[in-house]
Design a protein around this ligand. Sequence first.
Ligand SMILES: [Zn+2]
Ligand SMILES: [Zn+2]
Length: 259
Amino acid sequence: MKLIDTHSHIHFSKDFPDFEEVLIRAKEAGVYKQVLVGCDVEDSFEAFKVAKNFDDLFWTFGIHPHSSDQGNEKIYEMLSEILADKNEDFEKLPVAIGEIGLDYFRNLQSKETQIEAFIKQLNIAKEFDLPVILHIRDAFEDTFKILEKEKNSKVLLHCFSGGIKEADWAWNRGFMVSFSGIVTYKKNLELQECAKIAPKDLFVVETDCPYLAPQKFRGQRNEPAFVAEIAKLIAELRNISAEELAILTTSNAERYFKI
Ligand SMILES: [Zn+2]
Ligand SMILES: [Zn+2]
């Protein structure tokens, strides 16, 4: 079985002192590629430093809504230079812009600051024809308004936590929805329904490790190997084999990220 963890933070060195073993367990579970997602400027560069040493690890650059006060012209210029392949320090380029978006649950930054960094990064992604990875929490309405206006066509809603209405909105626009461990939590019936009815070319799986371990490992640190649990549950919901589910989600991820 070949799975892709489309949202991993194994470059968080504090959370993964056992990085080598984590990689081995991921391989054993069939996870043959991972996308290491950056959360702020420094963290994105950490993702790069780890990913550059492995053919099967990819990285993204993003300023998360929690860090959106980091966004400034200098940073965006530097990012554009990297993406234009004009910075020799970056021999491996990001495969997406993310995670970016809006988080009105924790509201660590003002709405204005979050929206500004979000729109700026959506525009950079458009300029370089890159997909985006969106983090949306309690902010679907504003996010959808911004997306209607900015018209990015390559959009992925990471760690999807909305309902059927939000999922349909995304699918109708050809956007990708990514299911994480929260789909395995028993009470999340509507989310499970989303995973059941997702158009076969418009969904992927992720761990968001070290956060959000699936039900079986709830309370523990999450790690890429556990994406197999998420795939297993979604396969059951859709009444197909885990192997078939893996083929679907892996080809979707490869197409989306061009990896
Ligand atoms: Zn997130
Ligand atoms: Zn994340």
